[in-house]
Design a protein around this ligand. Structure first.
Ligand code: TRP
Length: 371
């Protein structure tokens, strides 16, 4: 491949460690569907990163195995179209493992220790007691293998993934410098709406997480969604009586409305306002109760979730077809990634068994040594 004639290729992915939630939807899935339908990309590849998920779940591979199907169902339910996107499973792509092993030599342990996302994750997971698995420590290298194997120039991710793209770029630059231009330099693509980059949990904590029980999952039923909003959602602790002035900043109800509500939702569910700005102004002045805001939010969320739920039920009742989708995607991905591995081995000249050409070279070498 001539890397100057680069096509527009996307690679993105998720670790299959749980069902996907509305934070994934606002932060990436919705954008993926838009990119898929934009017609601007030659290829869109979506990687189910089960190997990466194993780097901190080695004792629980069953969890990863179970969640592969959950994640695929969530993809299909939000409208990711297998005709337009290649959905594939990382562990079935051996080229990624080989590339990871070669790229490891282009990265120092000091550089890996400085990756701020990995640092934060190490803290969060509390590896101190048992020690840090080397695979987890080095997973940014494996992610560089993912990205480069697909020749991706565009990687749509949340901002926590920027350090991975940065490290990938360093690996690409180093590889190309040592072995000649071979790998494509990728760029991150962030969601454009800032409030959508990371949705907080319903309790106001920075991240939605299963263990905190502060998520709204795409496949949750209406009762569960209502319970999370009405029962758990953090609002403004200083807004004690309806007449009190309230704060909309840091108020999770309004953060979620920022991410999900459209002007037309007001006409249907809250006609006293024509848009979110008017509603916020009233809340800030005082006189608008949290109950009304939450009820509106539940309706807004249902507008998004209801169609997703319907699709989820449809796909979930036809797992055979879903299996064939990821099988076909994975086979196509295997071919693409094997081609990159072959190019990498050519560039490094570790392609000893290709066309027997090295025999001549070895013969010459040995002849020179004996003379
Ligand atoms: N690290 C990503 C996450 O946790 C998942 C991932 C693995 C990924 N490989 C990737 C994302 C390649 C983009 C490109 O969300």
């Amino acid at each position: 491949m001539d890397i100057t004639s680069q096509k527009n290729i996307i690679l993105t992915g998720d670790r299959p460690t749980g069902r996907l939630h509305i934070g994934h939807y606002a932060g990436s899935l919705k954008q993926r569907v838009q990119l898929q339908n934009s017609g601007k990309f030659d290829e869109i590849n979506i990687l189910i990163a089960d190997d990466q998920a194993l780097t901190d779940n080695a004792d629980n591979p069953g969890k990863i195995r179970d969640n592969i199907i959950n994640v695929v169902l969530d993809y299909l339910s939000v409208g990711i179209d297998p005709e337009k996107c290649t959905i594939c499973v990382q562990s079935a792509l051996p080229a990624l493992h080989a590339l990871t092993f070669y790229y490891m030599n282009l990265v120092t342990t000091a550089r890996l220790s400085r990756n701020p996302t990995v640092k934060a994750e190490i803290q969060m997971r509390g590896f101190a007691a048992e020690g840090l698995p080397a695979g987890f420590f080095a997973y940014p290298v494996s992610q560089a293998a993912d990205i480069t194997a697909f020749n991706a120039n565009v990687v749509p991710v949340g901002d926590d993934q920027l350090p991975m793209i940065e490290q990938t770029r360093e690996i690409v630059e180093k590889f190309n410098r040592i072995y000649g231009p071979t790998l494509v330099l990728p760029n991150a693509m962030l969601p454009d709406n800032v409030t959508q980059r990371r949705l907080p949990g319903v309790d106001g904590k920075a991240k939605m997480s299963k263990s905190l029980g502060n998520c709204i999952y795409l496949s949750d039923d209406p009762k569960t969604v209502k319970k999370q909003v009405n029962g758990k959602m953090f609002t403004d602790p200083t807004h004690l009586r309806i007449e009190d002035p309230g704060h909309t900043e840091g108020n999770v109800v309004f953060t979620y409305l920022d991410a999900f509500c459209k002007d037309e939702h007001f006409a249907t569910y809250l006609p006293e306002y024509s848009n979110l700005d008017e509603m916020k102004q009233h809340y800030r002045r005082g006189g608008l109760g949290d109950g009304t805001c939450k009820k509106f939010l539940v309706n807004v969320l249902e507008e998004t979730l209801q169609p997703i739920r319907t699709q989820h039920q449809k796909w979930a009742s036809d797992i055979d077809t879903v299996y064939d989708i990821i099988l076909a995607g994975t086979n196509a991905a295997k071919e693409k990634t094997n081609q990159t591995l072959a190019r990498v081995c050519d560039a490094m000249r570790i392609n000893y068994f290709k066309d027997r050409t090295i025999i001549k070279e070895w013969e010459t070498l040995l002849r020179a040594a004996t003379h």
